[in-house]
Design a protein. Structure first.
Length: 278
């Protein structure tokens, strides 16, 4: 492998089922770019060693997933765009011995919803469940809707408060208690509800079937089987979507960050669909 080739990886924990390698290998192949993309399942105690490897040039870039998005942001020498606002990264580019961090999750979420014609209208109310890394990106993306009323509910109220404060100044943003009644009340006048937790129907104080007609339901989780919240929402007549399109879009954007060229969407989409259905 020559020095001009891409050497990419995904760093996270418990990532053996991630389709990221398949997506990026398809992107490189269809773009005629040589390189590799491997999964690096790193235990927390070995994250510092991984950062040293990255800085030493073993990889030209990496994606970052749970639980390392904030830790890897702290390891970067500089953060760009949304990563600076949120303090999390999902994409790192190695420039010399410097690590430049960015995140494509917010833009990926926005593109995914726009592609599915589910992006909220000006002045809409949106309810986000969760206050982790992905919820922060989702909430940030939603603040770009003019005059949006954004509500955030999370099982740890302090995490919801921290996220709301981080986005302070971006519009009408407040938190909602993590209680079934409060979430149902807020959902009743929301145009869109997003589950950005890693939990499903059985664990959340939220039932999409109780939402009013016309409310869109997004669950950013994805997998080979239908996502329970999405199935329940569809069954009760709501528009609903899982996180596959977001996964695709954030991946395409990461590829552009590393290569400076647009990723070949059709090839990557086909590879992703095959990988998740396998
Ligand atoms: P984090 O670990 O950063 O955050 C997880 C969030 O879920 C936290 O708010 C956590 O609460 C909450 N949570 C977990 N379990 C429960 C539960 N039983 N009840 C209530 N809240 C719960 O993970 P991420 O934000 O990175 O990822 C969240 C989900 O989004 C994952 O399923 C991930 O696969 C998906 N994702 C999808 C993407 C896509 O492109 N489609 C991109 C990124 C993520 P607490 O802090 O209290 O633990």
């Amino acid at each position: 492998m020559t020095d001009t080739q891409l050497r990419l990886c995904l760093v996270g924990a418990g990532i053996s089922h991630s389709p990221s390698a398949v997506m990026h290998q398809a992107a490189m192949e269809a773009s005629g770019i040589e390189g590799s993309y491997v999964l690096r399942d790193v235990p927390p105690a070995e994250l510092d060693t991984f950062v040293d490897e990255l800085r030493a040039g073993r990889y030209t870039g990496c994606n970052v997933t749970a639980p390392y998005k904030a830790l890897m942001a702290a390891a970067c020498d500089c953060l760009e765009g949304d990563a600076e606002t949120l303090g999390v990264v999902n994409t790192i580019t190695v420039r010399g011995d410097r690590l430049v961090g960015s995140t494509t999750d917010a833009d990926g979420f926005e593109l995914a919803l726009s592609n599915r014609h589910m992006w909220p209208r000006q002045g809409a109310t949106a309810l986000v469940l969760g206050a982790g890394g992905a919820a922060a990106a989702v909430a940030l993306a939603l603040t770009r809707v003019p005059l949006l009323r954004l509500r955030i509910a999370a099982r740890r109220p302090e995490a919801a408060d921290t996220l709301a404060q981080r986005l302070h100044g971006s519009g009408d943003i407040a938190t909602v208690p993590w209680e079934r009644d409060a979430i149902a009340r807020e959902g009743a006048h929301s145009a869109i509800v997003v589950n950005a937790t890693s939990a499903g129907l059985d664990a959340l104080p939220f039932d999409p079937r109780a939402l009013p007609t016309g409310c869109s339901v997004i669950d950013i989780r994805y997998g080979p089987r239908p996502v329970d919240i999405v199935s329940a929402a569809l069954e009760s007549g709501h528009r609903a979507s899982d996180g596959l399109e977001m996964l695709l879009q954030q991946g395409l954007l990461s590829f552009s960050v590393w290569t400076g060229v647009a990723a070949p969407e059709r090839a990557v989409r086909n590879a992703l669909m095959e990988a998740v259905q396998a």
